[in-house]
Design a protein around this ligand. Sequence first.
Ligand code: SF4
Ligand code: SF4
Length: 359
Amino acid sequence: MGHPHVLCLLIRFLDKYQIHERLPFLAGACGRGVTSFHPERDMTARAVYFVHIKAWMPKWIHKRGTQAWKYLDSSDHLLVRASKLLYTRYFLWRVGHSPTRLLGPLWRRARERVQIDITYSCNLKCFNCNRSCEQDPSNDHMSIAQVRQFLEESRAAGNPWQCIHVAGGEPTNHPQFVEIMNLIVEYRDKYSPSTSIELSTNGYGERVSRMLSHVPPGVQINNTWKTTKVQTEFCSFNVAPIDLKEYTAADFANGCLVTRLAGTGVTPYGYYPCPVAGAIDRSFGLNLGRRTLPKANDGMKQELRAFCALCGHFKLLTREALLGPVMSPTWVEAYARSHQDPPTLSRLPEHRGLVQIST
Ligand code: SF4
Ligand code: SF4
């Protein structure tokens, strides 16, 4: 009788402190470059390391650690292979229905982080983009009044954000990009001075550089300096777990590291458990975007079950380098439907309210 109890406690401990994500050889090596770290796309133990640990890590330890990581990543040693196999087994068991009911979801949405996809337009259109900018192009974007709505709701909720992250698509493609950045900075200065503001950009082309020079001070720019639409390190976003037999018993409410790192997603169609989910809705037309800001105690499980079943990020990472589009049948059909008859989704309400643009 004692053993299952001890096992439960051990698993709870591993999950609580995300231990499996901190041990590289258990996390499933993926061979990605670390220079263009992108939280919502780089779901490895390295993501946790770069977000939470690197800032205070002495340089020499970081260097040695990187060397050790590379060695383990490429090693074909029996122990390394056995660790990966064990972790794969553990992962597939852990995301099953019973362990999830017993232990709770593997990943919880970060309640203090939010990512706003202000546009789905992009000037690069990479293969396997997790906003479908290449696979299902769109110029749809959030209006200024929708951004105001989000900021006003944030103010009413007591300004819960440690970080507001502006993304897309390529955010500088938004026709009112500078006004939106000014608006968010003004909100931060007036109502939530401790909130950091981040902006992700592909850094591709002269126009993007020009637009970036207008970003107001106090915004951290994460430039991924992309130069080509082939992104070998991306995950196979368009391979839906429901198309793979290993995942037939999965409870998709477990989510993935994206919801843990990126937090709530805000899109023209409402609030989602992560920003990627909003982009999935755009092509599948499930129309599950929330019209109001989800409360902190809301796990958004219904939404996770719907979107993570379709999302390649849910899967365990492999080391495959993506040289072109990769798609499973569910996505092939969804894109064909969407191209023929684009879904119509409800939209986030608009607000003319309290936060004023001073420019
Ligand atoms: S630059 Fe980013 S948003 Fe644009 S297509 Fe590539 S991955 Fe998608
Ligand atoms: S939809 Fe689910 S699996 Fe996909 S990125 Fe979001 S939380 Fe992860």
